[in-house]
Design a protein around this ligand. Structure first.
Ligand code: NDP
Length: 246
């Protein structure tokens, strides 16, 4: 695991939006951020999952979270605008954005991947991420120390057969991270970096590797040191880099 020990109040006073916060790695990150003092905005498609994470954060006595149900496959520009306005009005700031929500799409040879399947993956994994980034950047730029964390994959750094749209979407993720990082470099207190979580025990991993023993991979909670490091002030000045959580 990435070697970092966060102090308990690492994220005190910060407001952090996590996409795909209802389960898997996103839920672990949301709870880890809240446990370190952040007010976490839980965005996802399934409201029941988000409510469950909200309740866990409340029961643990961490800062009260907020639930933002949004289907990233269907969201339109006006919904992103409303989201930015809501965050500004109700929280007055945004210090962190974890782009975590993704879908795997079919794992199949390119010839068998339909245009519709390809575009669905790109819509959730890339287009929605761009929409969120561009709409929320003005708010992030007002923070004295803001962090955007993008979620990549090993197939977002080297393409691999049958990983189709998902691999392409993760290359685009690295690309968007680099463009954002270069645009903010030296001008604002915003930084942008990417994380490859590595094999992690979630529903997506089980879908991609049905024959694998899930217990052979770490739990999402175990890969949190890097997620905390990049979100907090110890990573100030770290910009445009691609990290591995394991
Ligand atoms: P899961 O499949 O377990 O969780 C995916 C999350 O994305 C869910 O919270 C889901 O929300 C959300 N999501 C999916 N579609 C939408 C949508 N249309 N609108 C809003 N939210 C949506 O994935 P993991 O936790 O495993 O993966 C998290 C990230 O890590 C992803 O970016 C993935 O590509 C990456 N990754 C994971 C690896 C692993 O081994 N697990 C390895 C490498 C990268 P909901 O509950 O509402 O459906």
């Amino acid at each position: 695991m990435y070697d970092y020990t966060p102090r308990p109040d690492l994220l005190a006073g910060r407001v952090i939006l996590v996409t795909g916060a209802g389960r898997g790695i996103g839920a672990a990150a949301a709870k880890a951020y809240a446990a370190h003092g952040a007010t976490v905005l839980l965005l996802g498609k399934n409201e029941d999952n988000l409510n469950r994470v909200y309740d866990e954060i409340e029961a643990a006595g961490h800062p009260q979270a907020a639930v933002i149900p949004l289907n990233l496959e269907q969201a339109q520009q006006n919904q992103y605008n409303e989201l930015a306005a809501m965050i500004e009005n109700e929280f007055g700031r945004l210090d962190g954005l974890l782009h975590n929500a993704s879908i795997l799409g079919p794992r199949t040879p390119l010839e068998q991947l339909t245009g519709e399947q390809f575009m669905q993956v790109m819509q959730v994994n890339v287009n929605a991420m761009f929409m969120l980034t561009s709409t929320l950047l003005p708010l992030l730029k007002l923070s004295e120390d803001a962090s955007i964390v993008f979620t990549s994959s090993s197939v977002g750094r080297k393409g691999r057969a049958y990983w189709g749209a998902y691999a392409v979407s993760k290359f685009a993720t690295e690309g968007l991270m680099q463009v954002v990082a270069d645009e903010v470099d030296g001008i604002t207190q915003v930084r942008a970096n990417s994380i490859n979580p590595g094999a992690t025990r979630t529903a997506m991993r089980a879908l991609a590797y049905p024959g694998e023993n899930p217990a052979s991979n770490p739990l999402p909670e175990e890969i949190m040191p890097l997620y905390l490091y990049l979100m907090g002030p110890d990573a100030r000045g770290v910009n445009g880099q691609a990290f591995d959580a394991q």
